[in-house]
Write a protein that binds this ligand. Structure first.
Ligand code: HEM
Length: 237
C-alpha cells in the first residue's frame, strides 16, 4: 500500500470514528432527554406556573429530537448517492422540524426563568438555526451542492449544541462540587454560550480545512494542468 493510500485510509477511519461518536451521542441525548416530555413529565423540574412554558418545551423537544437523530444520516455519502429520495424526504422532515422546534424554542426562551444572559444565547441560536436552514434549502433548490453541504454542516453544528450544552452542564455540575461558589445558573449560562460558540468554531474549522481548502487546491491543480496541456493547433494558416 502506498503512503498516500495509507494516509487516506487512516484519515477516513478517523472521520468515521468522529461521525460514530457524533451519532451515538445525538441518539443518547435524544433518548434520555426527549421521552419524559412525551409522557407529560420532564427531565428536570419545570416551573409549571409559567403560562405555556411546559407546553412549549413539549412542542420544542419532539421535533428537535428528530433533527438530532436524522442529522448524522444525512452526512453519509453512500446513503445520499444510493438512496437520493430517502435523503430528500429526510431532509424535508429535518427542515420542517427545525422550523417547528425553533418557534416553540422562541417562546420557551422568552418565558424561561434562566435569566437574560442565557436568553440572549437562546435567541441567537434560534435565529442562526433558522437562517442556516433557509440557506441550506435555498442553495439546494439552485442545485449548488457544495454550498448546501456547507450550510447543512453549519446548521447541524447548531443542532448539536443540544448535546454539547448537556455535556458542559454535566462537567459544570461536577466542578461545582469542588467549587461551591459556582451556582447552577452560572453553570447553565456558561454552558449555553460555550455550546453555541464552541460548535460554531468547530464547524467553521471543518468547513475551511475539509471543504474550502481542498476544493481550492483541486481548482488550482486543474487550471495548472490546463495551462500545461498542449494547445490545439491553430487552423487559420
Ligand atoms: C439548536 C437550536 C435549539 C434551541 C435554540 C433550543 C432552545 C431551547 C430552549 C430555549 C429551551 C428552554 C430552556 C430553559 O427554559 O431553560 C430548551 C429546552 C429543551 N431543549 Fe432545546 N433548543 C435547541 C435544540 C434542541 C435539540 C436539537 C434538542 C434535542 C434533544 C433539544 C431538546 C430540548 C429539551 C429536551 C429541552 C427541555 C429541557 C431539558 O430537559 O433539558 N433542543 N431548548
Amino acid at each position: 500500500m502506498s503512503d498516500a493510500v495509507k494516509s487516506r485510509t487512516v484519515r477516513r477511519r478517523w472521520w468515521w470514528s468522529l461521525w460514530g461518536l457524533m451519532a451515538v451521542s445525538a441518539i443518547g441525548i435524544t433518548a434520555v432527554f426527549v421521552p419524559p416530555y412525551l409522557t407529560g413529565s420532564s427531565f428536570a423540574p419545570i416551573d409549571r406556573s409559567i403560562v405555556g412554558y411546559y407546553a412549549s418545551l413539549v412542542i420544542h423537544a419532539a421535533p428537535a429530537g428528530l433533527t438530532l437523530v436524522i442529522g448524522p444520516l444525512q452526512f453519509v455519502p453512500r446513503l445520499r448517492t444510493r438512496y437520493p429520495r430517502v435523503h430528500r424526504v429526510a431532509g424535508r422532515v429535518y427542515l420542517i422540524s427545525v422550523v417547528a422546534a425553533s418557534i416553540a424554542a422562541l417562546y420557551a426562551a422568552t418565558v424561561t426563568p434562566s435569566g437574560p444572559p442565557l436568553q440572549v444565547a437562546f435567541y441567537i441560536l434560534v435565529m442562526a438555526w433558522l437562517y442556516t436552514a433557509a440557506q441550506a434549502y435555498r442553495t439546494i433548490r439552485r442545485r449548488d451542492v457544495q454550498s448546501h453541504r456547507i450550510w447543512m454542516i453549519r446548521n447541524y453544528a447548531l443542532t448539536f449544541a443540544a448535546v454539547t450544552l448537556r455535556l458542559y452542564l454535566l462537567v459544570g455540575t461536577e466542578l461545582s462540587k469542588a467549587i461551591p461558589s459556582l451556582s447552577f445558573r452560572d453553570i447553565y449560562t456558561t454552558s449555553g454560550w460555550a455550546a453555541l460558540l464552541g460548535n460554531v468554531l468547530i464547524a467553521e474549522y471543518f468547513i475551511v480545512h475539509r471543504i474550502l481548502v481542498p476544493s481550492a487546491r483541486r481548482r488550482r491543480r486543474g487550471s495548472a494542468t490546463a495551462t500545461e496541456a498542449p494547445q490545439p493547433l491553430s487552423q487559420g494558416h
